[in-house]
Design a protein around this ligand. Structure first.
Ligand code: ADP
Ligand code: ZN
Ligand code: ZN
Length: 756
C-alpha cells in the first residue's frame, strides 16, 4: 500500500543499494539500474524489497547508491517489492545523522530503529483485517439546514447532538452505547452524518483533541511563566525545565503538548522507565482522548509496535508516550519532543550498537525537522545544565522552584551506621528507621525503602577463607535468592546462570557459608521479623515480571494494600503516590563509592529522586539515609537540598581535572571467547589508531580488562579514548576497524559512554 503523502518521485533506473539483514552486521548490495527495475516499475530509496543473496532470499531496504568500493555489487535482479516508500527521505536523513554521531552504519541504526522483525520477514498486511465504520457528523453549515434537523425523530436528534459534541465515533462503539445501527444509517440517509470506512488501527479523525482551557486546573505562577517564556521565543528550540520533585512538570509538558496538537503537530512524550508509561499514558489520555494518544515501548509485541509505526506514518497528529526507542518513530509534522527525567541513564543505549543517547537523537530531530525539545528533571545532568549556564550554551533554562501548593520538600535525617554499631545495634535497619516505620499504619501513611540490590543477599562467602562464590561464566559473584520455603539458591545477575548453594568452597573445601550484604528479599524478611503486622510489598525486577507486573504492583500499593514498598532503583523514579510520607535508603554507601566519574552526580540524583517520592500529598515527608559516610559531599548536598550548588562544585572539579563533559570520551569495547585473542585484538586496534591521534589532542588509555572482565563466558577488554571537548572522534570508519579484528572478537564503539 502506498500512502500518497509518503510517496517519493520515481526516477529513471539509477544504481541503488539495498541493505540486507544478513549476519551480525548486515550487508549492503549495490544494483545497477537494470537490475533494480521491476517489470516497468522503478524502485526508489525507502522501498522494502526481497533480494537474493548467496542463493537465499532476504529482505532489505532500498537506499541511495552507497559510495563505490564499500558495498558488494549484486549480480541478480531484485526479486520483488514488498512495500513502497516504507521509509521517508526525512527519516532516512535522521538515520544517517545518528549513524554519524554513533560512528556506525545507517544499517545498524535502522535495525535498532525499526520495530524488530520488520526487516526480517514479510510485514503483516492490513488487507485481511476488517475495516471499521466510523460515523462522522457533517459540519453544520454543509449539512442539511436546521429545518431538516426539525424533521428528525427525537432519538435521531439526540444522536446527532451527541456526535457533534464528541466528534467522529466508531459505529460499533455507538452500538455498544445503545444507539442502533439502523438509527445511525437513518441519520446518514438524512445527510446529517457520513459513515466512513477506516483501516484497522488508524485514528478516528478529528475529535476534541484539545480540551477547553476552562476545564483545566489553574497554572501555578511558575508553570505559567515557563509556558509564557516558551511561547515568547519561537526561535529557541531547546529548553530545560528544572523543577523540584512534585512541582508540576508534567502539567507543563501537557499544556505545551496541547499547543502543538492544536496546530496539527505531533508530540513525543518520553520517559526512561517502562513502569512510568501507564501513569503518563493515563494522564495524557484523560486530557487528549483515547484516539490521539498511543504508547510505544519494549513491552509491546512486534505486531503492536508495527501498528503504532504505521499509524505514525499516516500523518494525523498524535501524542506518543514511549521509552527510549520511541525517539525513532516516523512522526511527520513532529512539533515537540519531551524527555521527562532527562538525567536518567536508561536514555542511553549501551549495547548493541548504535550506542545512542536519546537526547542526542532528539537534538538531531530538532535540527532536521525543526521541532522543539523540552528536557525535564528535578536533577538535570551536568551536561544539560552546563549548556544552559555557559556563554554560548544553546539550551534555555526554565525553573519550577517549589512544590505544588508550596508543600515543603521532605526533611532529611542521616543515620550514621557507625554510631548504630558502636551502640551494639548490628542490624540492617537502624533504630530511627524502625521507629518511623512502626508508626505508619496508624496514621494511614506509607513508606518506600530503597535497597540497591534484588535477591536475598549480595553474595555468599566462605566462612573459613572468605572467598565469595563466583559465577562460572562471569567475573562476578553470585547473588543469593530465597525460595518461599526458605531454602537458598544462587543466581548470576549478568548472565542469569542459576545453581544450588554449593556444598563445598571451591577454594578451601570448607562447607560453611555466610550470606553478605542485603538484597530486597532479605530486607523484606527482616522487616517482617522486626515489625510484626507491617504489610510489605517487594518491587524489583523479580517481583514485577510479566506484561503489567509493574503496574499491578504499584496499583496494589496505591490502593493501600501494603504499608511499605521495598524496592530497587526503579522505586525512585517519577511515581506520584500521595500517601507516601517516608522514603528511606538502606545502604547509600554502595552508591557513593562507585569508581566512576559520574558516581557522585548519579548518587545525588538517585537520592533526591527517592526523596521526591515522599510528602507529595498533604502530609509533609521525611527521608532517612543510612550510611557509614555521613560527611560525604553527596550526603551534605542531599541535606542542604541545593542541587544547583552541587552542580557548580561538580563542574569546577571536573573542569579542573579535564573530565567529561569538559572533555570527550569514547570507549571501544572488545568481547571474545579467549582472553589472549581479545587482548591482542584490542592492542592491535590501539596500534592502528596511534598515528591518527598525533596532533589531535586525543589519547588512548589501555587496552585494559573491563571492570567485569568476563561476562557470559566472553572475555572483555576496553580501550578508552580521551580528547578535547567538541573535537571529532579520531576513528577510521567502523567497517575498517572491524576488518582488522579476528572474526571471533566483537567490537562496540560507544561515542559517549556513561560508565568509564
Ligand atoms: P513533577 O512531575 O514535577 O514531579 P507532577 O507533574 O507529577 O510533578 O505534579 C505533582 C502533583 O501536582 C500532581 O498530582 C499534579 O496533578 C498536581 N498539579 C500539577 N500542576 C498543578 C496545578 N497547577 N494546580 C494543582 N495541582 C497541580
Ligand atoms: Zn573457602
Ligand atoms: Zn554469570
Amino acid at each position: 500500500m502506498v500512502d500518497p503523502e509518503d510517496s517519493v518521485p520515481r526516477h529513471d533506473p539509477l544504481p541503488l543499494s539495498v541493505w540486507v539483514e544478513a549476519g551480525r552486521e548486515g550487508r549492503c548490495l549495490t544494483y545497477d539500474g537494470r537490475l533494480c527495475a521491476l517489470r516497468g516499475e522503478t524502485l526508489a530509496p525507502g522501498d522494502v524489497v526481497r533480494v537474493r543473496l548467496r542463493g537465499r532470499p532476504h529482505q532489505g531496504l532500498v537506499v541511495a547508491a552507497e559510495p563505490a568500493g564499500l558495498p558488494a555489487m549484486a549480480l541478480e535482479p531484485v526479486l520483488e517489492r514488498i512495500e513502497a516508500a516504507a521509509v521517508t527521505p526525512a527519516w532516512h536523513a535522521l538515520l544517517a545523522a545518528v549513524a554519524q554521531d554513533c560512528h556506525t552504519s545507517p544499517f545498524q541504526v535502522l535495525r535498532t530503529a525499526l520495530p524488530s522483525g520488520w526487516l526480517g520477514r514479510r510485514t503483516p498486511s492490513a488487507g485481511g483485517e476488517r475495516r471499521r465504520q466510523v460515523a462522522v457528523p457533517r459540519p453544520e453549515r454543509s449539512a442539511a439546514g436546521s429545518d431538516a434537523v426539525a424533521t428528525l425523530t427525537p432519538r435521531q436528534q439526540a444522536l446527532l447532538a451527541a456526535l457533534r459534541q464528541s466528534g467522529p465515533r466508531p459505529v460499533a462503539e455507538l452500538e455498544r452505547e445503545g444507539w442502533s445501527r439502523a438509527l445511525v444509517q437513518a441519520l446518514a440517509r438524512e445527510g446529517m452524518i457520513t459513515i466512513e470506512a477506516q483501516a484497522p488501527g488508524s485514528a478516528t479523525p478529528a475529535g476534541p483533541l484539545v480540551p477547553p482551557a476552562a476545564a483545566l486546573p489553574p497554572l501555578t505562577p511558575a508553570q505559567a511563566d515557563a509556558l509564557a517564556a516558551m511561547a515568547a521565543d519561537p526561535q529557541q528550540r531547546e529548553w530545560l525545565l528544572w523543577g523540584v520533585t512534585g512541582s508540576g512538570k508534567t502539567e507543563v509538558y501537557l499544556r505545551s503538548a496541547a499547543e502543538h496538537l492544536a496546530a496539527d503537530r505531533s508530540v513525543l512524550l518520553l520517559t526512561p522507565e517502562i513502569g512510568l508509561v501507564p501513569q503518563l499514558l493515563e494522564r495524557s489520555r484523560r486530557r487528549f482522548g483515547e484516539n490521539a494518544v498511543l504508547a510505544f515501548h519494549s513491552g509491546l509485541t512486534d505486531s503492536e509496535r508495527t501498528q503504532v509505526w504505521r499509524r505514525c506514518r499516516r500523518g494525523a497528529p498524535l501524542l506518543v508516550v514511549g521509552t527510549r526507542s520511541a525517539i525513532f518513530l516516523p512522526l511527520p509534522q513532529l512539533g515537540l519532543i519531551v524527555l521527562d527525567e532527562e538525567h536518567d541513564g536508561s536514555y542511553k543505549q549501551e549495547s548493541p550498537m548504535p550506542c545512542y543517547h536519546t537526547a542526542t537523537v532528539a537534538r538531531r530531530r530538532v535540527q532536521l525537522e525543526g521541532c522543539r525539545l523540552l528536557l525535564g528533571s528535578a536533577t538535570p545532568r551536568l551536561e544539560s545544565w552546563r549548556r544552559c549556564v555557559e556563554p554560548g550554551g544553546d539550551l534555555r533554562l526554565l525553573q519550577l522552584p517549589s512544590r505544588i501548593e508550596d508543600r515543603p520538600l521532605p526533611r532529611v535525617l542521616v543515620v550514621d551506621m557507625r554510631g548504630e554499631l558502636a551502640d551494639g545495634h548490628r542490624r540492617l535497619l537502624s533504630r530511627p528507621l524502625l521507629d518511623r516505620l512502626a508508626g505508619l499504619p496508624d496514621r494511614g501513611e506509607q513508606a518506600v525503602v530503597l535497597v540497591p540490590r534484588r535477591g536475598y543477599s549480595t553474595f555468599l562467602s566462605c566462612r573459613s577463607c572468605g572467598e565469595a562464590v563466583p559465577c562460572p561464566h562471569c567475573d562476578v559473584s553470585l547473588t543469593v535468592h530465597r525460595r518461599r520455603d526458605g531454602s537458598s539458591w544462587l543466581r548470576c545477575h549478568w548472565c542469569d546462570h542459576r545453581q544450588e548453594v554449593e556444598t563445598r568452597c571451591g577454594h578451601c573445601g570448607s562447607t560453611a557459608f555466610r550470606p553478605f550484604g542485603a538484597g530486597t528479599q532479605r530486607v523484606v524478611d527482616q522487616l517482617a521479623l522486626e515489625l510484626e503486622g507491617l504489610r510489605l510489598l517487594r518491587f524489583d525486577r523479580d517481583s514485577t515480571r510479566g506484561r503489567d507486573g509493574h503496574q499491578r504492583l504499584l496499583q496494589c500499593f496505591a490502593d493501600g494494600e501494603a504499608d511499605v514498598l521495598v524496592g530497587t532503583q526503579m522505586l525512585a523514579k517519577g511515581m506520584d503516590l500521595p500517601r507516601v510520607t517516608l522514603a528511606a535508603v538502606l545502604a547509600a554507601d554502595g552508591q557513593l563509592h562507585r569508581p566512576d566519574l559520574r558516581a557522585a552526580e548519579e548518587a545525588l540524583q538517585l537520592l533526591l529522586q527517592l526523596a521526591g517520592r515522599a510528602g507529595r500529598g498533604e502530609r509533609p515527608g521525611e527521608v532517612i539515609v543510612q550510611t557509614y559516610s555521613p560527611e560525604h559531599r553527596v550526603i551534605r548536598h542531599l541535606v542542604d537540598g541545593r542541587y544547583g550548588r552541587f552542580l557548580e562544585d561538580e563542574a569546577a572539579l571536573r573542569r579542573q581535572a579535564g573530565l567529561v563533559p569538559f572533555a570527550r570520551a569514547c570507549l571501544l569495547r572488545f568481547a571474545g571467547p579467549q582472553a589472549s585473542v581479545t587482548a591482542s585484538a584490542a592492542t592491535g586496534i590501539r596500534t592502528l589508531l596511534e598515528p591518527r591521534l598525533v596532533g589531535t589532542g586525543w589519547q588512548a588509555i589501555g587496552p585494559a580488562p573491563a571492570p567485569r572482565s568476563r561476562i557470559a563466558g566472553l572475555s572483555r577488554w576496553q580501550l578508552l579514548l580521551h580528547g578535547p571537548d567538541g573535537s571529532p572522534l579520531p576513528l577510521p570508519p567502523e567497517a575498517d576497524l572491524r576488518r582488522s579484528l579476528p572474526r571471533a572478537v566483537h567490537l562496540t564503539i560507544d561515542p559517549d559512554p556513561l560508565e568509564l
